[in-house]
Ligand binder design. Structure first.
Ligand SMILES: [Fe+2]
Length: 477
C-alpha cells in the first residue's frame, strides 16, 4: 500500500511517500516551485511523488479544525480550510484521509525513524493546534503523551518574537538570530525571562521595546534571546528526565526548535543518546503523520530521499576543481530532506584558505557574520573539535574548534562550529572525496554550505544546477 504524508498550507509544505516501512520519497514543496519555504503543494512535487505510485491513503499532519478553533479563541478570526478541497485542486480525489495531531506527527517522525526501541520524546515548536511543548513516552507501537504546555505559553513563539524584534522574518529566520547571538552580550536575559514567566510570554515580549539603534543592539538582543531559550530548553530537558524517573537514556528531540544546534548539546548533559531527525520542523511532519497513524518503525537509511540526479558521485572532478579553485558545487544523487545540504546539493570549499569565507559569502550574498559549517571525516572529528557526540551526520550540534585560526571560514565568533561527520556507510562518495582531499592536503574537512541562489531554495534538479553555475561561474558537478 502506498501512503502519502502531507504537511501543507501553513509554512514549508512537504510530501512523503511510504510503502510498508520504506520511505520511497520525501521532499519540500519549495524545491519544485522555486519559492523559498513555499507553504503550498504544487503540481511538479505531486508528479514527482506519483512516480512512486498512486496513494491509497493520505495522512495529514495536524487537525485543521482544532487549529481553526485555537485561532478563533485567540482572536485571530475565522479560518475556513477544507483538506479535501485543498487536495482536490491537485487531482487527489476520493483518497481516504487520516489526520494526526500536530505534535503527535512531530514526535512520531522522530521516534519511528530513531535507532531506539524505546525513548522519551520532547517536542518543542512555536505552536500546533494548542500544544507548544509536549513530552512523550515511546516504546514499540506505543507512544503516549505525558505532559504538555499550551498556547499562549510557547518557547518557539518567544524565539520567533525575538527574531521579529531584530527585524528578521519570524518562522523563517530564527537560525540567523541564533548565529547573531555569538556577537552579542546577554544584556536583557533576566528581563526577558521575567516577561516570559509573568506575561503571556510572546505577547509580553512583542510589546517589549529595547534600544535598537546600532548593529550591536541587535546582537545583544539575539544573545539575550538565545540565553533565555537555553534556560527554558534546559528546564524542559530536566522535566523530561523527571517525568521518566531518569530511567530512560534515549531522548528524541523534535519540533522546529530542535534546529537550534547551539542549544541541542544541553540535552547531552542529561541523556547519553539523543536522536534528532534531520528535518525536525513541520516539513518533517509529512513523514511523521504517516508514522503517527501507523505506529510502526520506518527504515531510516539517511536524509537523501528527494529528487534524484542520476549521476555517480563525481569524486575526481570535485577534487581536481577544489584543488585548483578552492570552491566547487555538487548536485548529484538524491536531494536532502531537511534544511541542511549534507553533500548532495552542496557548495564545498577549502576551509584553510583565508579568503574563502568572503568568497563563499559573496556567492551566497549573505550576512558576513554568518559562519559556514565543516564536513569532516568521522575518524578525525575529535582531533579537531571538542565533540559533544561521537558522530554528528546531520549538523545538529555545535562543537568548539581546537584550531580556530587554521580554519577561519568554518569557526563562529564564539569559537564553535556546526560539525557534520561523515563515514563510508553514510555517504560513500563524500567519504571518498574527503579521504582523497586529506591525502592531498593534510586537511580532513571541507566547508559545506547549501547550493542555492540567494533568496531561492536549494538546487533540486539539473536545470537548477545549471542556473547556479551560469550565475556564479562556479562549476557544479
Ligand atoms: Fe510544528
Amino acid at each position: 500500500m502506498i501512503e502519502w504524508g502531507i504537511s501543507a498550507a501553513v509554512h514549508d509544505a512537504a510530501l512523503t511517500v511510504v510503502e510498508g516501512d520504506e520511505i520511497l520519497f520525501t521532499s519540500h514543496a519549495e524545491r519544485y516551485s522555486g519559492i523559498k519555504n513555499d507553504k503550498h503543494l504544487n503540481a511538479d512535487l505531486i508528479n514527482a511523488a506519483l512516480k512512486f505510485g498512486k496513494p491509497d491513503k493520505i495522512h495529514w499532519y495536524e487537525k485543521p479544525k482544532l487549529r481553526a478553533m485555537r485561532r478563533f479563541l485567540a482572536g485571530q478570526g475565522i479560518v475556513r480550510f477544507s483538506v479535501r478541497q485543498y487536495l482536490e485542486q491537485f487531482g487527489l480525489v476520493g483518497i481516504p484521509v487520516e489526520f494526526a495531531y500536530h505534535h503527535e506527527s512531530h514526535a512520531a517522525a522522530g521516534f519511528y525513524t530513531s535507532p531506539f526501541d524505546d525513548a522519551a520524546v520532547l517536542v518543542v515548536d512555536a505552536i500546533g493546534e494548542f500544544d507548544t511543548v509536549t513530552i512523550w513516552n515511546a516504546s514499540g507501537e506505543k507512544m503516549k503523551k505525558i505532559w504538555s504546555m499550551e498556547y499562549p505559553k510557547s518557547v518557539g513563539l518567544f524565539y520567533s518574537a525575538m527574531t521579529q524584534r531584530v527585524g528578521l522574518k519570524p518562522n523563517e529566520d530564527e537560525y540567523i538570530l541564533m548565529g547573531m547571538a555569538a556577537y552579542g552580550k546577554n544584556k536583557y536575559g533576566l528581563e526577558l525571562l521575567n516577561l516570559y514567566n509573568e506575561e503571556n510570554l510572546h505577547r509580553g515580549c512583542l510589546w517589549w521595546k529595547p534600544e535598537l539603534n546600532t548593529e550591536q543592539d541587535h546582537y545583544d538582543i539575539a544573545a539575550s534571546a538565545q540565553w533565555v531559550y537555553e534556560v527554558l530548553f534546559r528546564d524542559l530537558i530536566i522535566r523530561t528526565g523527571n517525568l521518566t524517573n531518569w530511567k530512560q537514556r534515549n531522548l528524541v528531540i523534535m519540533g522546529g526548535c530542535a534546529l537550534n544546534c547551539s542549544a541541542n548539546s544541553i540535552a547531552l548533559e542529561y541523556f547519553p543518546n539523543v536522536w534528532i531527525m534531520p528535518n525536525p520542523g513541520d516539513a518533517g511532519s509529512s513523514l511523521g503523520a504517516i508514522a503517527a497513524n501507523n505506529r510502526q518503525k520506518l527504515k531510516w537509511t539517511g536524509p537523501y530521499l528527494g529528487e534524484n540526479i542520476e549521476t555517480e558521485y563525481p569524486v575526481e572532478k570535485l577534487l581536481t576543481y577544489l584543488l585548483e579553485h578552492g570552491i566547487v558545487g555538487v548536485a548529484s544523487g538524491r536531494a536532502e530532506f531537511g534544511p541542511r545540504a549534507l553533500g548532495n546539493r552542496s557548495l564545498l570549499a577549502d576551509p584553510t584558505r583565508p579568503d574563502i569565507k568572503d568568497k563563499v559569502n559573496a556567492i551566497k550574498r549573505r550576512q558576513k557574520f554568518r559562519p559556514f559549517a565543516p564536513v569532516i571525516l568521522e575518524q578525525y572529528a575529535a582531533e579537531y573539535f571538542d565533540m559533544p557526540v561521537e558522530i554528528s551526520p546531520y549538523m545538529q550540534f555545535t562543537a568548539r574548534c581546537k584550531f580556530p585560526t587554521r580554519f577561519p571560514a568554518i569557526v563562529h565568533a564564539d569559537g564553535t562550529s556546526r560539525v557534520q561527520t561523515v563515514n563510508k556507510e553514510q555517504h560513500p562518495g563524500l567519504f571518498e572525496l574527503l579521504t582523497k582531499w586529506y591525502e592531498k592536503t593534510g586537511c580532513p574537512m571541507l566547508l559545506n554550505t547549501s547550493l542555492n541562489i540567494k533568496g531561492f531554495p536549494m538546487v533540486n534538479d539539473e536545470k537548477d544546477a545549471e542556473a547556479f553555475q551560469n550565475m556564479y561561474k562556479v562549476a557544479v558537478f
